[in-house]
Design a protein around this ligand. Structure first.
Ligand SMILES: [Zn+2]
Length: 82
């Protein structure tokens, strides 16, 4: 079993630093579903996942673990170069 990647969190959870070094003060993070598609953070559809807007890692806001990584950030209006 591989160890899960985890982002760094400081300032009582308000400041997130991704493994790629993107953080809350830079490109930041946005709410998404488990497939990495942007969704509004509405209680009935959103499960607490955020996507890093630089590298596409999808992060669980409770555990701060990286659950998956997406390549296509187009649903956030972002084009990523591979
Ligand atoms: Zn990242």
């Amino acid at each position: 079993m591989t160890k899960k990647e985890k982002i760094t969190v400081s300032n009582n959870g308000d400041h997130w630093i991704c493994i790629c070094n993107n953080n809350t003060m830079n490109s930041g993070f946005d709410t998404c579903d488990k497939n990495g598609e942007y969704i509004e953070p509405l209680a009935d559809i959103w499960t607490g996942l955020y996507a890093c807007l630089d590298c596409g890692r999808v992060i669980n806001q409770e555990t701060h673990e990286v659950v998956t990584r997406i390549k296509d950030l187009s649903s956030f209006g972002i084009t990523v170069q591979s």
